[in-house]
Design a binder for this molecule. Structure first.
Ligand code: ADP
Ligand code: ZN
Length: 369
């Protein structure tokens, strides 16, 4: 029997470029981990945002200095607006005059924004310098730090400029979660639960038992096994997709609706994870309609209902349907949903009727009203 994902011995991400580890660490020990990965000082660049810097800049800098390193810390404003060409350009302006070498490691310390922006800077500075992610948001830990996606936004759309650039490691200090705002916990847990739905009934059972400890009490002992399991699933899906194209699409469970909700509500009004939570409820409803026997809809929906979401009573189905039809992932007007035969057994459906999708949204609206 395979080791439980809730307690795997070692985690790694296997890609064509390299196999890199996911480690649970203390921020104070980061320099020792860099050495162990073959990355050496004395110089190291740390890219972070103002919120994260307020808590972790000083201890991380002190730890590096105590180990004989010279850290250069670059702090960007928090939020999606930092994923811009202007901000990237400022980063180059700051970093290039330092005379970095091809071997100088760049660490991103923060959430998905810092990981995407800093990752793209690392991918492009001197045609690529070693990158290490230190994800501090739950969403970045369970999702965006794994898979090598880096990039920035353009006025035409989100994430339209970027590259796949694999880090040398993902180093997670779970204690950084203790300063994360409550809404960001929901954001991250939505994606963690999503990973359970597409790949791991055990993670779903675990979340059912521990979601109150995690979201209500920010209990790290309860949280870490879920983070590990979610990271393991993401790593497996990413690795498998390199050999067997298509699995990565499963990560879009809940996302057809989510992207439309974010678009129609206005980006930032409904956070990504909140939109995913609502989208998963709709996808679960559609799945259950197609194969009622294999899914305990009421039980699974009750789990999703524990993820608090904003009021979406004002989001008309017509507007959502329109947004789904014009999503960049929609080909030939065919709207694709990732649905479930059962927990851990996803498939892609491109034949959901407008009426069935509307019923799913009606259900979500009624049950969140
Ligand atoms: P994501 O949710 O994709 O990770 P961000 O990078 O914007 O997106 O992070 C979400 C928010 O949480 C940002 O405002 C960021 O500054 C903040 N944040 C991230 N990690 C921490 C942390 N450990 N403590 C406090 N705030 C944090
Ligand atoms: Zn997502």
């Amino acid at each position: 029997m395979p080791a439980s994902r809730l307690r795997p011995d070692a985690l790694s991400v296997d890609t064509d470029i390299r196999t890199y580890p996911i480690r649970f660490v203390h921020l104070a020990d980061v320099s020792a981990h860099l050495n162990d990965l073959g990355l050496h000082g004395p110089r190291v660049v740390v890219i972070t945002d103002e919120n994260v810097a307020a808590h972790y800049r000083t201890p991380l800098v002190h730890a590096f200095e105590a180990a004989g390193w010279t850290p250069h810390v670059v702090v960007v404003p928090p939020g999606e607006s930092s994923k811009s060409l202007d901000r990237l350009s400022t980063l180059y302006d700051t970093l290039l005059p330092l005379g970095l070498e091809r071997s100088t490691p760049v660490c991103t310390l923060g959430g998905g924004v810092v990981g995407d922006l800093g990752g793209f800077a690392a991918a492009t500075l001197l045609r690529g310098v070693p990158l290490v992610h230190l994800p501090t948001s739950l969403l970045a830990q369970v999702d965006s730090s794994i898979g090598g996606k880096t990039g920035i936004n353009h006025t035409v759309g989100k994430n339209l400029i970027g590259s796949f650039y694999q880090p040398h490691a993902v180093l997670v200090d779970p204690e950084t979660l203790l300063t994360l705002p409550a809404r960001e916990w929901v954001n991250g847990m939505a994606e963690a639960v999503k990973h359970g739905f597409i790949a791991d009934p055990e993670l779903i059972d675990y979340t059912e038992r521990h979601l109150v400890d995690i979201l209500g009490h920010h209990d790290l002992e309860a949280t870490v096994p879920a983070v590990r399991a979610a990271m393991h699933i993401k790593a497996q899906v990413v690795a498998d997709d390199e050999r067997e194209a298509g699995k990565r699409a499963w990560l879009n469970f809940g996302h057809t609706f989510a992207h439309a909700i974010e678009h129609v509500a206005g980006y930032g009004t409904v956070a990504h994870g909140e939109a995913v939570a609502l989208g998963m409820r709709a996808a679960l409803y559609l799945s259950h309609r197609r194969a009622p026997a294999a899914l305990d809809h009421d039980r699974l929906d009750a789990l999703l209902a524990q993820l608090p979401t904003p009021d979406v009573s004002g989001l008309a189905f017509e507007a959502l349907w329109d947004a789904m039809r014009h999503d960049k992932k929609t080909k030939d007007g065919t709207i694709r949903f990732v649905l479930l035969h059962a927990v851990g057994d996803p498939f892609v459906a491109d034949d959901c009727t407008r009426a069935s999708v509307q019923r799913a949204w009606d259900f979500v609206q009624q049950s969140t009203a």
